[in-house]
Design a protein around this ligand. Structure first.
Ligand SMILES: *[C@@H]1O[C@H](CO)[C@@H](O)[C@H](O)[C@H]1NC(C)=O
Ligand SMILES: *[C@@H]1O[C@H](CO)[C@@H](O)[C@H](O)[C@H]1NC(C)=O
Ligand SMILES: *[C@@H]1O[C@H](CO)[C@@H](O)[C@H](O)[C@H]1NC(C)=O
Ligand SMILES: *[C@@H]1O[C@H](CO)[C@@H](O)[C@H](O)[C@H]1NC(C)=O
Ligand SMILES: *[C@@H]1O[C@H](CO)[C@@H](O)[C@H](O)[C@H]1NC(C)=O
Ligand SMILES: *[C@@H]1O[C@H](CO)[C@@H](O)[C@H](O)[C@H]1NC(C)=O
Ligand SMILES: *[C@@H]1O[C@H](CO)[C@@H](O)[C@H](O)[C@H]1NC(C)=O
Length: 394
């Protein structure tokens, strides 16, 4: 009876075994079929109704490299389910009912693990260590989005191509991310209010942090983030309750690499600290601010509700910062660079410290509002401009 029932399904549904690939999707299967040839390299059982992966479910498939179990109802995975599938490279378990991170031991070849859309709350500290990933397998795709994680897993020593953990309850807290390298990381839609653990990482391309409560970040916090990541070329901070953004033009100019910033839908405080945005030229600054024309001011009250780009630059910080927004900045900067021969970040830091010392007595003469503005948004370029202004005043 059971056999003929199975046979009917096999005839009617798109079961397919080609070139070592076994595919049986959307077939209403409630368990792993027992007719899968042992020499397959690929098993796709997505979109079925499987609930459990028992002990040694896949141990007979010694050549298996890809296992797709997306969109089932899997809630239980036996600790030995993946025992001896040493060649597995891609394991897709997205959109199931998992509450626990599966026990994945000694799977050195694994490079793509997709657990999006489950209910995982905690990942044991040694979960990824147990994989025994080969050290030259540095392009790892890890997807943990749409779960219930409150903290990042321990990923020390792993180099990721993509690391997606959006739509969880993450707070970076005390995450240890030193030495972790990532090309594309997406931690949008979480509860992250502090990005400082990210400074320890090595970001190679894109950081996406949209929809997190970053309203308490200061200009200096954001400046330090960008400064810590010389290879970062795309930073997304949409809907993060940000009020300000420091002048990062000089940081990126250093390397003559283009940089894109997306910071849509934030309640900007339109003062001198963000005046640089309106003065940014992609050709000369290598920075593109996406949809800048949509940026709206939430404060101060005289600018609330206005579009940032419609406010004349001199109105951001009336009577104070004419020289900050003057067109001669780039020229001035180029001259200073040549003069001090600033070449590396290290030298730049030394140079900045020297400049700070030189400026200190002058700063004391400035009024409080200007100084607090500088302290919040302090960048080397602003200091230089400040010096220019002070020189002009003298
Ligand atoms: C797998 O084994 C079956 C017999 O069990 C054989 O017919 C088939 O050619 C084999 N496929 C591969 C890709 O080795
Ligand atoms: C897979 O499951 C998710 C979550 O249950 C659902 O939103 C999605 O539509 C499913 N995908 C398909 C192709 O059925
Ligand atoms: C880790 O992987 C290497 C290489 O595949 C293997 O030789 C070693 O036995 C594995 N270690 C453990 C603890 O399984
Ligand atoms: C770990 O996997 C390797 C193959 O990659 C295998 O040779 C070794 O026996 C496994 N170690 C254990 C402890 O299972
Ligand atoms: C946004 O930041 C303001 C203070 O700058 C704070 O009062 C408000 O609660 C924040 N909103 C959210 C959603 O975090
Ligand atoms: C922002 O800082 C205030 C005051 O320190 C604090 O009460 C609030 O919880 C912080 N908000 C976030 C999202 O961290
Ligand atoms: C940007 O700078 C280039 C080179 O100096 C200049 O040709 C161009 O007109 C500037 N663009 C804008 C929008 O000011």
């Amino acid at each position: 009876m059971a056999a003929s029932h199975t046979a009917t399904i096999l005839i009617l549904l798109p079961l397919c075994i080609v070139g070592g690939q076994y595919t049986n999707r959307n077939a209403g299967l409630t368990e792993i079929p027992d007719d899968i040839p042992m020499n397959v390299t690929w098993i796709d059982l997505s979109h079925n109704l499987i609930t459990t992966l028992g002990s040694n479910s896949f141990s007979n498939f010694a050549d298996l490299t890809t296992l797709r179990l997306s969109n089932n109802s899997i809630s239980i995975i036996h600790d030995d389910a993946f025992e001896r599938v040493y060649k597995l490279r891609s394991l897709l378990l997205d959109d199931n009912q998992l509450e626990y991170f599966p026990n994945l031991r000694n799977m050195s070849a694994l490079s793509d693990l997709n657990l999006n859309g489950n209910r995982i709350g905690i990942i044991p500290d040694d979960a990824l260590d147990r994989l025994n990933l080969s050290r030259d397998n540095t392009f790892f795709y890890l997807r943990l989005s749409r779960n219930e994680l409150e903290e990042l897993p321990n990923v020390q020593g792993i180099s990721f191509y993509t690391f997606y953990a959006y739509d969880n309850n993450l707070d970076l807290g005390e995450s240890e991310l030193e030495g972790v390298s990532v090309h594309f990381i997406d931690i949008s839609k979480n509860k992250i209010s502090d990005l400082s653990p990210i400074l320890e990482m090595s970001l190679k391309n894109t950081l996406t942090v949209n929809n997190n409560p970053l309203g308490n970040l200061s200009s200096a916090d954001l400046y330090n983030l960008v400064q810590s990541q010389p290879d970062l070329s795309y930073l997304c901070l949409d809907s993060c309750n940000l009020t300000t953004m420091p002048d990062i033009r000089m940081l990126k100019k250093e390397f003559y690499r283009t940089f894109r910033l997306s910071a849509l839908n934030n309640p900007w405080v339109c003062d001198c600290r963000i005046s640089w945005m309106g003065n940014t030229n992609f050709t000369t600054d290598y920075i593109a601010i996406e949809k800048y024309a949509t940026f709206k001011c939430a404060a101060p009250s005289r600018h609330a509700g206005k579009l940032l780009h419609e406010i004349p630059l001199e109105d951001y910080c009336p009577g104070r910062f004419e020289s900050i927004v003057s067109g001669s900045d780039a020229h001035f900067y180029a001259v200073q660079r040549r003069k001090w021969n600033v070449a590396t970040l290290e030298q730049e830091r030394e140079y900045k410290a020297a400049l700070d010392r030189r400026l200190a007595p002058l700063m004391r003469k400035l009024d409080d509002e200007t100084v607090s503005c500088l302290n919040l948004g302090c960048t080397i370029v602003q200091l230089m401009r400040m010096q220019l202004k002070v020189c002009v005043l003298k």
